[in-house]
Write a protein that binds this ligand. Structure first.
Ligand SMILES: NC(=O)C1=CN([C@@H]2O[C@H](COP(=O)(O)OP(=O)(O)OC[C@H]3O[C@@H](n4cnc5c(N)ncnc54)[C@H](O)[C@@H]3O)[C@@H](O)[C@H]2O)C=CC1
Ligand SMILES: O=C(O)[C@@H]1CCC=N1
Length: 280
C-alpha cells in the first residue's frame, strides 16, 4: 500500500512523520508532496521516513491512499490539478475544515472519501480525530484508515458530517482555546509581578496537573472544582467572578463560532449564492 500526503504544513507533516515513525509503511511507500519548493528542499535534507516528490504526476497515480492537508481555500485549485490523475480505487482522506465529502467526490470524480478532523496535539501523539467514511469504503479499507489516523492519537467515528463540523468547534480548534486560557493566566501572573519564566511554569504545571487529575478518575470538572474550592475561600472568589462575567457562555459561543464557520467553509458556490438570495 502506498500513501501520499498532499500539503506538508502543520498537519500534513504531522501525519507523514507519525505514519513514518509507526513503521506501518516502508519509506518508499510513504510519499509527500507540497507545492512549496523551499519546503520540499528542507524536507529532503531532513531525511525523514518518507519520500518527497516534486510533482504530483510522479506520486499521485501510484498512490492508494491520499491525505488532503491543504487549506480549504486551496482545495479547488488542487482538486482541479489532481482530477485527471485519479482512479476510482483510490481512497482520499481529507482533513480540511468544512469541506464536505460530496465536494471532494465531485471534485476528484471518485467515491472513496473519508472526512477527518484531527487537532494539533497529533504532533506529540496526543491528537483527537473525528472521522466519517463514505459508504463506498469497505470494512478492510476502514481498518487501514483507522490505523493511519490512530498513528497520531485517539479517534472517534461519527455518523454524520454535522459531527465533523461540531468537533471542529470542540477538539479541532480546541487547543487554541486552551492556549488562550493559558495566555490569559500568564498575563495575570505577570501583572502580579512574576517573571515570564515563572509565569510559564506556574501556568503550564497547573494545566498539566489538572488534566492528570481529571484523567485519574470519573470525577466531573465540577466535582474537581469543589475539591479545589474551600468555603468562603480564594477559589470560590475566582469562580464567582467567572460566573458573573458569563465566561461559560462566552466559551460556548466561541465553540459555536468555530462550528458555524466550519459549516460555512463547506458551502459550495451555489449554496452560498442561494443563501445570499434568501437573505436579500
Ligand atoms: N492547524 C490545525 O490545528 C488543524 C488544521 N486542520 C486542517 O488541516 C489543513 C491544513 O492546515 P495546516 O497544516 O495548519 O496548514 P499549513 O498552511 O501549515 O499547510 C498547508 C500546506 O499546503 C501546501 N499547499 C497549498 N496548496 C497546495 C497545492 N495545491 N499542492 C500541494 N501543496 C499545497 C502549502 O504550501 C502548505 O505547506 C487545513 O485544511 C485545516 O483546516 C485540521 C485540524 C487542525
Ligand atoms: O482554524 C482552522 O480552520 C483549522 C481547523 C481546526 C483547526 N484549525
Amino acid at each position: 500500500m502506498k500513501v501520499l500526503v498532499i500539503g506538508a504544513g502543520n498537519m500534513g507533516l504531522t501525519y507523514a512523520s507519525a505514519i513514518g515513525k509507526s513503521g506501518y509503511l516502508k519509506k518508499e511507500d510513504l510519499m509527500v508532496y507540497d507545492k512549496s519548493i523551499e519546503l520540499r528542499e528542507t524536507l529532503k535534507k531532513a531525511n525523514e521516513n518518507f519520500e518527497v516528490y516534486d510533482t504530483l504526476e510522479e506520486c499521485l497515480p501510484v498512490s492508494d491512499i491520499i491525505f488532503l492537508a491543504v487549506k480549504p481555500y486551496h482545495n479547488d485549485e488542487l482538486m482541479a490539478e489532481m482530477k485527471e490523475m485519479m482512479n476510482d480505487q483510490q481512497l482520499v482522506i481529507s482533513i480540511m475544515a468544512g469541506v464536505t465529502i460530496e465536494t471532494i467526490q465531485k471534485g476528484l470524480g471518485i467515491n472513496k472519501v473519508v472526512r477527518a478532523m484531527p487537532n494539533l496535539p497529533a504532533q506529540v501523539g496526543k491528537g483527537m480525530t473525528s472521522y466519517l467514511a463514505a459508504p463506498e469504503i469497505s470494512r478492510i479499507e476502514l481498518w487501514m484508515v483507522e490505523d493511519l489516523l490512530n498513528s497520531t492519537g485517539k479517534s472517534v467515528r461519527v455518523d454524520s458530517q454535522m459531527f465533523i463540523d461540531a468537533s471542529t468547534g470542540i477538539s479541532g480548534s480546541g487547543p487554541a482555546y486552551v492556549f488562550y486560557f493559558m495566555e490569559s493566566m500568564m498575563e495575570a501572573a505577570k501583572s502580579m509581578g512574576f517573571s515570564d519564566n515563572d509565569a510559564k511554569v506556574l501556568v503550564s504545571t497547573t494545566f498539566e496537573g489538572a488534566i492528570e487529575l481529571f484523567n485519574k478518575n470519573k470525577l466531573s470538572p465540577n466535582g474537581w472544582m469543589k475539591r479545589v474550592a474551600s468555603k468562603g475561600g480564594t477559589t470560590q472568589a475566582a469562580l464567582a467572578s467567572l460566573e458573573d462575567n458569563n465566561v461559560k457562555e462566552l466559551i460556548h459561543d466561541a465553540a459555536y463560532a468555530a462550528f458555524n464557520r466550519a459549516v460555512e467553509l463547506g458551502q459550495t458556490k451555489e449554496e452560498k449564492e442561494q443563501l445570499e438570495e434568501v437573505e436579500k
